[in-house]
Write a protein that binds this ligand. Structure first.
Ligand code: HEC
Ligand code: HEC
Ligand code: HEC
Ligand code: HEC
Ligand code: HEC
Length: 172
């Protein structure tokens, strides 16, 4: 028994289809690379200037959303240059013109998942780095999440800490 053109065509078609099916989850799961409007440096502000996370992410202790900083927060220190970098010049100009710096969000859950920072930080006493890695030591903005916040990641810790793992605890 030999292969005729029809079975070979079918075989090639099946291979292609399998390839496409295998690629769909890959394409959906690969995080999108996000570039920020300016090269923000966490390390300088935390390790050298000595700021606390909550001074810029003002919602983190009392709201669901941590929030990204408005230009008014930068204004406290950047009405004039402290150093001589182009990045800082961009910020000083934004402050002077009262223009918002539009940060790209790296971490964002789908709408069907509920997450509260207050609950985890204040009640759960969980450190930022457990979910966000060592961002305090970064001199440039991360392009993708340092830790992938998947359902498994959430549920593993809930299991360990004996927290509610019902579907409807997170999906509301
Ligand atoms: C002086 C202000 C400032 C301080 C202090 C600060 N951040 Fe940020 N943070 C930013 C800015 C600006 C961005 C957006 C640019 C970037 O991603 O680097 C950001 C982004 C982030 C992000 C990514 C959020 C997202 O989804 O895009 C995380 C996580 C984060 N910061 C955690 C922290 C932690 C943890 C601390 C304390 C150790 C901290 N930050 C302190 C200004 C600050
Ligand atoms: C238990 C995990 C966890 C911990 C701990 C945690 N985060 Fe987050 N963070 C998340 C998740 C999940 C998101 C995405 C939330 C969403 O899309 O609703 C997020 C998003 C953010 C963002 C993006 C902007 C926003 O408003 O959502 C910032 C900034 C941030 N976190 C900062 C912090 C800081 C600062 C700390 C520590 C004080 C911290 N996070 C601790 C899980 C965590
Ligand atoms: C409490 C004061 C303070 C606040 C608030 C603050 N900064 Fe800074 N920032 C500094 C100091 C001090 C430097 C150090 C300058 C140096 O050493 O070159 C700096 C440096 C910088 C630089 C240059 C970093 C580099 O790598 O060269 C940028 C960009 C910057 N800040 C952005 C911001 C943005 C954006 C905000 C608001 C989200 C902000 N800063 C809020 C004090 C502050
Ligand atoms: C490192 C551990 C840890 C991780 C990771 C974590 N959680 Fe939690 N979570 C907790 C703890 C601890 C509590 C209970 C806090 C309290 O109220 O004392 C909690 C509580 C909750 C609650 C309230 C549950 C209820 O009904 O009582 C929700 C919703 C929730 N987490 C969602 C999430 C989501 C979504 C993620 C992933 C993005 C996540 N959590 C990741 C530790 C974690
Ligand atoms: C502790 C929080 C938590 C619990 C409990 C939880 N989920 Fe999720 N779920 C998530 C998060 C976070 C995502 C988004 C993951 C992502 O975007 O990678 C998600 C995504 C999903 C999705 C979308 C498919 C996907 O992979 O993105 C489905 C469907 C889902 N969950 C079903 C369930 C069911 C059914 C249960 C109960 C058996 C459940 N979840 C319990 C946090 C949770």
């Amino acid at each position: 028994m030999g292969f005729n053109n029809k079975t070979i065509n079918q075989f090639v078609f099946d291979l292609l289809r399998l390839g496409i099916i295998l690629m769909i989850p890959l394409a959906c799961k690969a995080p999108k690379v996000k570039n920020q409007p300016v090269v923000y440096n966490h390390s300088i502000h935390i390790n050298d200037v000595g700021l606390e996370c909550v001074e810029c992410h003002v919602g983190v202790e009392n709201r669901a959303r941590a929030t990204l900083p408005t230009v008014e927060i930068c204004e406290t220190c950047h009405t004039e240059m402290n150093g001589d970098t182009e990045a800082e010049l961009f910020v000083v100009n934004a402050v002077e013109n009262n223009e918002e710096i539009v940060w790209e969000r790296i971490y964002e859950l789908p709408d069907h998942v509920y997450f509260s920072h207050r609950r985890h930080i204040v009640l759960g006493k969980i450190g930022c780095s457990q979910c966000h890695g060592d961002i305090q030591d970064f001199e440039t903005p991360p392009l993708i999440p340092l830790i992938a916040l998947t359902m498994e990641f959430c549920m593993d810790c809930h299991e360990e800490r004996k927290v509610n793992n019902d579907c409807l605890a997170c999906h509301r």
